[in-house]
Design a binder for this molecule. Sequence first.
Ligand code: URA
Length: 252
Amino acid sequence: MVTRKDLTDLLRWHQEIGVDAIVMNEPNNRMKPAAPPVVTTVKPVISSMPAQHGSTHPASACQTLDELKDAMANFNQCSLKTTAMNMVFSDGNPKASIMLVGEAPGADEDKQGLPFVGLSGQLLDRMLATVKLSRKENIYITNIIPWRPPGNRPPTTAEIAACQPFVERHIELINPKILILIGGVAAKTLLNTTEGIVRLRGTWRSYQSAGLSQPIKTMATLHPAYLMRSPGQKAMVWRDLLSIAKEANIAL
Ligand code: URA
């Protein structure tokens, strides 16, 4: 007999693997091949495939944001795409001189197809507003990974390696004056270091890639999801935001 505990365990298991919302009346098996059935010429999604780099990666040929978005939508070498509901490309003003890069979408971002729209994103917006930054006007936002990792687990090194050329090209196309890296995954990936976020934050760093004419001034800071768990650390982010506002000549 199925007991109440069995059902609770089943619900908990669904939550742990990322099934934490009901969005359709019928279950949708995203692992099922789309009709018509897969033919032998269709490449399977293999997450452990060696990551493509440099000029072999589809990101390298993209000359506009639309081309980049299309290339990402057609990319089949990151298995997170098969479990995500939506690809999360970006939000904000593409002409902004400040670009912010987070880690990966969560459940709310996956549903809406926009970065930082859940609770931690709302906290981020409020913090940015204290230094007169808003996605409507003067900031552009994306993530290292455009698809939600199931259950909000951290992205693996293979997933990061597969997607990194996209975010690097994204930064080159926006070419901001200031880059803000939110949280340890974004900071370590783009600053190419294993140092922790607490040591990385708070001082100006330099970000460079092959397609940039000059390095970009970069500030790493703590992730708002971490601040929600440890509100005592907000003062550090406040200091980082004041440095950013000063560098961007924003009068407060
Ligand atoms: N956390 C991130 O790093 N990015 C998002 O878009 C949402 C939550």
